[in-house]
Design a protein around this ligand. Structure first.
Ligand code: SAM
Length: 246
């Protein structure tokens, strides 16, 4: 269904992932996040390469399960399970229905829960695809640390985020170009401004150096941006194969 949520200039309230958003979510994210379909495809490729036999994969802030499905269709081991977590009841309900309709064999458990409280165990791949940005900044380091601790050696975290730039010129440039991208996707100036206000206090972007430092601090050996388009990036962080288990 087409995203027309901000088309009629209604009073702007803080953005939530409610039933109305769930209905239009696939269209909304594709027309709002440059490179989203590419990121989802590549999550599948990363799963084929990094998911280890006898482990779990986590999709944190799974929405309708796009990352879970990408992993599910590319995992090359039969004894792997995916845990998909979201704190929006409407998202979880629809994601569960989509899992039932999908034909891949890797089991997916869709759980209603807070990423900040999700236990991560025996994981070889964890995906935070545009989710961390919605958590209060003071909770983010603990989440990344818990993910690092729950990964097996050689496991990866894929973190995709909207970025803020420390250079004010670049920050403004990328914000303007992103609005240009949304216009080219058919959103009007009013829709773009409405969504921006709704997200203002809810989506808090951080700089690439903040993410990088936090991941290094948690213990990740290799950390790099593997995809960036304007102010949207995806980072891969690898837990060194030599690190002690746990
Ligand atoms: C932009 S969407 C993520 C998109 C999804 N990962 C994908 O690739 O299609 C952000 C999701 O994170 C969820 N979310 C936000 N804060 C959360 C939290 N603290 N715990 C669990 N889920 C959260 C929202 O309900 C929403 O479904």
């Amino acid at each position: 269904m087409k995203d027309t949520l901000y088309q009629n200039g209604d009073e702007i309230v803080d953005f939530t992932f409610d039933e109305k958003v769930v209905e239009v979510f696939p269209d909304m994210i594709k027309r709002s996040v440059p490179g989203y379909p590419t990121i989802i495809k590549m999550i599948g490729m990363l799963a084929a390469r990094y998911v280890q036999a006898g482990t779990r994969c986590y999709d944190l802030g799974c929405s309708l399960g796009a990352s879970s499905f990408a992993m599910r269709h590319h995992i090359e081991h039969s004894d792997v399970a995916i845990v998909a977590v979201d704190n929006s009841p409407a998202m979880v309900e629809q994601c569960k229905a989509a899992v039932l309709e999908d034909d891949a064999e890797v089991p997916v458990a869709v759980l209603l829960g807070d990423v900040a409280e999700t236990a991560i165990e025996n994981a070889s791949m964890v995906v935070l695809n545009f989710t961390l940005q919605f958590l209060p900044p003071e909770q983010r380091a603990a989440v990344i640390q818990r993910i690092y601790d729950g990964l097996v050696p050689g496991g990866i975290l894929v973190l995709s985020e909207k970025l803020r730039f420390e250079d004010p010129h670049l920050d403004e440039l990328y914000i303007d170009l992103h609005h240009g991208f949304k216009k080219a996707q058919g959103y009007s100036d009013m829709e773009i401004a409405g969504k921006r206000s709704a997200l203002d206090k809810v989506l808090i972007p951080e700089s690439l150096s903040t993410h990088r430092q936090r991941m290094k601090q948690a213990g990740f050996g290799s950390v790099d941006v593997w995809f960036q388009c304007l102010n949207f990036a995806s980072i891969v962080a690898v837990k060194s194969a030599e690190s002690a288990r746990g």
